[in-house]
Design a binder for this molecule. Sequence first.
Ligand code: 5GP
Length: 178
Amino acid sequence: MSTIRVHDKFFEPFLSASSIIEKVKSLADQVSKDYAGKKPLFIAILNGAFMFASDLFKNFSIEAEICFIKLASYKGTKSSGRVITAIGLDMDLFGRHVVIIEDIVDTGKTLNEFLPQLVHQQPESLKIVSLLYKPEAMVYPITVDYIGFTIPNKFVIGYGLDYNGLGRNNAAIYKLVE
Ligand code: 5GP
C-alpha cells in the first residue's frame, strides 16, 4: 500500500483491506450471536456505510432485514453539521430489534439528531454498529454498541468513505497526510 492522492490532498495507508474484513467478520459473528432468533432490522446510513453494510450483512448467520437511509452529506474534511434527509424510512419499526449501521461516528451529531426519529416509532430495541469511532471528536452523547476500530481524530477515506465524492472505491482505509 502506498500514499494516494484524492483531489488536492494526500492520504496514507491506515487500515489494510484484510484487517477490515477480519474485523467485519468478527463484528458479524458477535451481532449474529446477540440477535439470534430476533429477526433484527438493520438500517444502513448512506452513502458512507454502503460497503461496510454489505460486507457485514453477508457475514450474518441469522435471519435479518436491511434497509438504507440517506441522512447527511459530509463536505470537505470537517463535519459540516448539516443533516439532510434525502431517502425516507419506509419500514415499520414498532416492536422490532433495530440496529443502525454507520461507517463512522465522529462528533455524534448525525445520530444524535436521527435517533429520536427512530425512538418515536417504539422499536423493541435500538443499537448502533459503526466500523469506525473517533472518541476524541465526540461532542454528542451517543453510545456506539458495536465498534470496529477506535481511531484518532483524523480524516479518513476508503472502504465507502469519501473526500468530496472520491476515494470510496478503496478496499483499504487511508488517513489524511497533514
Ligand atoms: P458525526 O455526525 O458523527 O460528526 O459525523 C458522521 C458522519 O460524518 C459520517 O457518517 C461521515 O459521513 C462523516 N465523517 C466523519 N468523519 C469522517 C472522516 O474521517 N472521513 C469521512 N470521509 N467522513 C467522515
